[in-house]
Design a protein around this ligand. Sequence first.
Ligand code: HEC
Length: 157
Amino acid sequence: MKRISALLAMILLCTGLSHAAPAGKATLPKDYEKWEKSGEKVVNDKKSLFYGIHYTYVDKKAMPAYKAGKGYPEGSRFVVVFYNIKEEGGKPVKGKKNMIVLMKRDKKFKETGGWQFAGFGPDGKPSMIDPVKNCFECHEKDAKDREYVISRYADFK
Ligand code: HEC
């Protein structure tokens, strides 16, 4: 009986969690490592969500709009890959991969400015995030006038 209720609790937990998942399944693009890649960015502030070392990848569709700062066509994609920071000889170097995030232009996602926001673990499996609270609110605050894309091509290189 104990086992059954534990099982039931687990099923309830799982179905509960799946409701929190973003609408429409997100998949990590397979070829993003071949897209144009930013220089290394180091965020030392441990309180920042972006703490760590990260690289931004921009696909071909998004690139002209990224350079212009607006006009992203449907399907435009950004992927950011994060690594932990390791100290080596007093210098910050790349540790383990810890998170991957995706933005994909898709007009169905009205609540998040016409972009699908998704997070993944280092293994590429989707993580349970609330795309409005965990992602969009910050992007809206920082980049409302740039179609919610925060980084700029000018500081890319
Ligand atoms: C607290 C603010 C904040 C939150 C929350 C946040 N981001 Fe960002 N995001 C940023 C900043 C700042 C950048 C620019 C980083 C840079 O300059 O390299 C960025 C960049 C990005 C980019 C590259 C395109 C761009 O806008 O420059 C993607 C993709 C992205 N974030 C996805 C997400 C996803 C998915 C989530 C939710 C899991 C999320 N972000 C949550 C602040 C945030």
